[in-house]
Design a protein around this ligand. Structure first.
Ligand code: NAD
Length: 485
């Protein structure tokens, strides 16, 4: 049972996302929202979060906390460690709600506001415990995107800001400490500039909603996701770098290409035009279908960023490193994870290529267990896979939790023969993968003996596992009848 409780006040688009992020990271979550539909809406957000968030990680997330709904703010906030306010963007409403929260919440609880635009000093006006309130501005979908702009005011104690950073990091977020409070923080200022230009382009009949989206997603949107604005422009300056880039393109900012601060008047005609174009572009899919498409794409991109620890990928790696190892069993569990959507194919189940991927992940983990870890590889030694044999025994679907155990069949000299057993959520054996690996010298690219420390640890596993039964299917080759080993 989790020791921590997050209270979600306002469970709409953003509050629902917060509820999912806390719950799936092992926190208990209590919700207060007067909307009679809030429970159904949060359940739908949770379904989407469960099929996507665990897919980012190669380790299991903590066991889910308990979710409760309450009829009053007083009930919802009792015993809370973190309170997240996500009610509509009206200052008077937020003030009214803070008065009720602060009457009943523990004095030590942190009160974060999801506000997109208000400054923390505005939120704190008239509060009984102003120092408790700060801005924690997330991005939709809150359960997947790590960024949270954390904005304290001049009166916020540094201890509270520090604790907020610690808590948000522990649920896999990337808190960006905004040191100087301004309207709309940092990210929404940038987004608003692009949004304003988009409105002008539509109003002036230069582009439709779809053409504007194309201009982003086929080009600079991909660059922004992994390097942001300035690192991208540094590269755009070529070898001459940033100074050259600004010298070359900076004067254009004076022309101007953009409409600067002018905002087109949002007349009925302009709003109708945007809505009609958006319906034509995306009306064929429901919001939940669009959310799932968005989530699958985000998971795929963020997993790619994980490999190089770029941007959001770096945050996932850090969070993953802090997650506990799965409970040890007789055989080491070398993989325990959820199957992401991107691992399934046109048959609706896990694609064969991903069995190799999962087995390879199991091998990497086993290498770590015997000391052939990242530092060992960096020292110029590693194992290469020379042969693999996979048997597919039962279907595995997206969203299922799989675990792999690794048995050492032999481990002497340069050779290491592993037998990986992949189990489904229900415990059924879904596949086995037998692999022969050779120890290599990475400088000469030829086989070599492992370091003594690695050889000894491998030997311990090999000796222990030698007492176990030879697993069924070990040593099989393609086309062989079952029954023969
Ligand atoms: P929303 O309309 O989807 O949700 C607001 C929820 O608050 C609704 O479920 C509503 O029933 C509930 N509510 C209304 N009065 C309440 C009250 N008195 N007590 C408790 N709950 C009440 O809005 P949203 O998009 O989730 O925005 C909420 C906050 O998050 C705003 O401050 C907004 O600026 C901020 N935000 C929004 C986004 C976004 O992309 N939508 C992104 C970041 C931050």
């Amino acid at each position: 049972m989790s020791l921590y409780k997050a209270s979600i006040i306002g469970g709409g688009v953003i509050g629902g996302g917060w509820a999912a992020r806390f719950l799936l990271n092992g926190w208990n979550v209590s919700v207060y929202d007067p909307d009679p539909e809030a429970e159904r809406k949060i359940a739908e957000v949770l379904t989407n979060a469960r099929r996507s968030l665990p897919s980012l990680y190669d380790k299991p997330l903590p066991a889910e906390g308990a979710l409760t709904f309450h009829g009053s703010i007083a009930d919802a906030v009792s015993d809370a460690t973190w309170i997240q306010e996500s009610v509509p963007e009206r200052l008077d409403l937020k003030h009214k709600i803070y008065a009720q929260i602060q009457e009943h919440a523990p004095g030590k609880a942190i009160l974060g506001s999801s506000t997109s635009g208000f400054k923390p000093s505005e939120l704190q006006q008239g509060a009984s415990h102003a120092e408790q309130i700060l801005v924690a501005h997330p991005f939709n979908p809150v359960y997947l995107l790590p960024l949270v702009e954390l904005v304290p005011s001049a009166i916020t104690p540094t201890t509270i800001t520090g604790r907020a950073i610690e808590i948000l990091s522990s649920i896999g977020m990337k808190p960006l400490h905004v040191r100087k409070e301004i309207d709309a923080h940092i990210a929404d200022r940038l987004l608003e500039a692009v949004w304003r230009e988009g409105l002008w382009l539509i109003k002036d009949d230069v582009a439709t909603t779809e053409e504007i989206d194309d201009a982003i997603r086929y080009g600079f949107g991909l660059r922004w996701a992994q390097m942001g604005l300035f690192e991208t422009y540094r590269i755009a300056g070529g070898e001459a770098g940033m100074k050259h880039f600004i010298g070359q393109f900076g004067p254009c900012l004076q022309w101007p290409w953009t409409k600067l601060m002018d905002v087109p008047e949002l007349t009925e005609t302009l709003i109708e035009k945007i809505a009609a174009q958006s319906d034509a572009q995306s009306g064929a899919m429901s919001i939940r279908e669009l959310e799932q498409l968005r989530d699958d794409n985000l998971v795929g991109m963020m997993r790619a960023l994980k490999r190089t620890a770029s941007g959001a990928g770096g945050t996932i790696n850090q969070h993953e490193a802090s997650l506990p190892e799965p409970e040890p069993r007789e055989l080491p569990i070398t993989v325990s994870r959820q199957v992401p959507q991107s691992w399934t194919d046109y048959n609706g189940h896990m694609n064969e290529a991903n069995y190799v991927q999962a087995s390879s992940q199991a091998t990497d983990r086993f290498m770590e267990l015997i000391g052939a870890d990242a530092a060992y590889v960096a020292s110029g030694r590693s194992y290469f896979t020379a042969e693999t044999h996979i048997r597919h025994l039962a279907e595995v679907n997206a969203g299922e939790h799989i675990s792999i155990t690794t048995q050492v069949l032999s481990g002497e000299g340069k050779k290491m023969r592993l037998f990986q057993s992949l189990f489904r959520t229900d415990g059924e054996l879904a596949a086995t993968c037998e692999m022969l690996l050779l120890h290599m010298n990475l400088k000469t690219r030829s086989t070599s003996l492992p370091a003594r420390k690695v050889a000894l640890r491998l030997n311990v596993y090999a000796n222990t596992h030698a007492d176990m039964l030879m697993p069924h299917g070990a040593g099989r080759y393609v086309g062989q009848k079952t029954g023969r080993i």
